[in-house]
Structures are given as C-alpha cells and as structure tokens.
Write a protein that binds this ligand. Structure first.
Ligand code: 6PG
Length: 237
C-alpha cells in the first residue's frame, strides 16, 4: 500500500520557466514509461504565463503523445473570456502541434450535468484502456484561490464531499458561479500534482493548505506526490 508522499515546496524567481521545465520533465518521463503523457491543466490566470513558457519549449515534447484534460471549466462558451479552455488554447494549445483529438475539452456551453457526465464517460473509457478503475493523470496542475479552493472545489460546497464521481457540476462564489470540476477522488488518483502559486498574498493560504486545511489541503494522492511551486511573488517575505 503506497503511502502519501509528503508535499514538497519549491520557491523560484523564474516561476513560468521553472514550471514549464517541470512539465516537460514529467512529460518525457511519462512518455518513456507508458508512451503517453496525461496532463491536466489548471484554470484561472496564474497558469497563463506557464502555458506560454511551455509553448516556447514545444520542440522538447512529442505533442502527439500528450493527452490534455481540464481540472475545471466555467459553464460558458469556449470562446468566452472566462473560459479556461480559451485561456489554455490562446497561451498554449494553439501554439503546439497537438492533435485536436488529444484535447479533452469540457463542454461548458451545454447543460452542466450533461457536460459532466459526458466528460466522466470520456475519462472512464481511457481509464479502462489503461486497466485503471479511475483515470490517473501523470501530472495534474492546480491553482489556489484566496479562500483555499482548488479547481472548482470551494470551502463549504457539497462538491468537496463527492467520493464516487470524477467530474461533477458545481456552484462557486468565484464568478462565474456555474462550473464543472474534478472531484477529490479524481485529483487524488493523480501520479503527480503541481500547485502553481505566484501571488505573495496567498502565502498564508499555502501554509494552511500544507497543514491539510482548505480544499487544497485535501489534495493528497494515495500513490503520488504533491509539489507546491511558489513564484517569487509568493515567497515568504
Ligand atoms: C478557476 C480555477 C481556480 C483557480 C484559482 C486561482 O477556474 O478559477 O480552476 O481554481 O486556479 O482560483 O486563480 P488565479 O490563478 O486566477 O489566482
């Protein structure tokens, strides 16, 4: 029985580049081991610079062997300014030679329950091909909210308690309120999780999460590691 590997903290003054290099290293390792790299993207604003830096390293990865998922999505059209897909597409996916079929977009524009169950089924069919009971990301990128949320798992919301499903619709206090999110069971099935934080004001939240507090503090893969990559703006004073 694997035990949860303790979280690591890495502080950097070159946040975007170091994060991109972490992703490339994880990708090459996964592809050498299994022939594919299953990478989950974080939403929000912080990852934008990381995705741009990763696009600059495009020749370092065989993009036809990379499968992209989204840890959460707002229930908006894919070209809406609030769409996490749009952010990732503009910063990364439009700039690398990844086959469209390798990008698992959450359809935020349709009924949320339908979008969640369709995504659940899509992850399930890949998991079955890998002989997994639950889809396992090689690397899942996550952000951190000021209230300690991650993906769209907000403190006090029932989505945090989901123990069976992998992808569910939820509401949240951060606009837009209607979202689709990965659940803790799916997040904790990951082989590796990297939190991307580049905001000094979030340092107290990071410290609390490292003690297991907040939804973000519940990220503890049973057979995987957690790295907190903190940009110079997030470093303790
Ligand atoms: C979302 C994200 C969310 C985000 C944090 C941090 O869809 O909003 O998944 O979890 O990662 O709120 O957002 P910033 O990077 O913009 O601070």
């Amino acid at each position: 029985m694997q035990t949860h590997i303790a979280s690591r903290v890495l502080r950097t003054s070159d946040f975007a580049t170091d994060a991109a290099k972490q992703i490339v290293a994880a990708g090459l390792e996964a592809i050498s081991r299994n022939g594919v790299f299953r990478l989950g993207l974080a939403g929000g604003n912080t990852p934008k610079a990381v995705y741009s830096a990763l696009a600059e390293l495009t020749h370092d990865l065989p993009w036809n062997r990379i499968q992209i998922t989204f840890g959460d999505e707002r229930c908006v059209a894919q070209d809406h300014p609030d769409s996490n897909y749009r952010m990732a597409y503009e910063a990364l996916l439009s700039r690398v030679p990844i086959p469209e079929g390798n990008i698992f977009r959450i359809r935020g524009e349709i009924d949320p329950a339908e979008a969640a169950s369709e995504y659940e089924a899509r992850l399930g069919s890949v998991a079955a091909r890998f002989g997994e009971t639950r889809y396992r990301h090689d690397l899942l990128l996550l952000g951190l909210g000021e209230d300690g949320h991650t993906a769209s798992l907000f403190p006090g919301y029932p989505a945090l308690d989901e123990q069976e499903r992998n992808v569910i619709p939820t509401l949240g206090p951060k606009p837009p309120p209607q979202r689709i999110t990965f659940t803790l069971p799916l997040i904790n099935a990951s082989k590796s999780v990297v939190f991307l934080v580049n905001d000094r004001t979030k340092e107290p939240v990071v410290q609390s999460a490292l003690k297991g507090e907040y939804p973000s503090g519940k990220v503890a893969p049973s057979d995987g590691g957690v790295l907190w990559l903190l940009g110079h703006e997030a470093c303790a004073p």
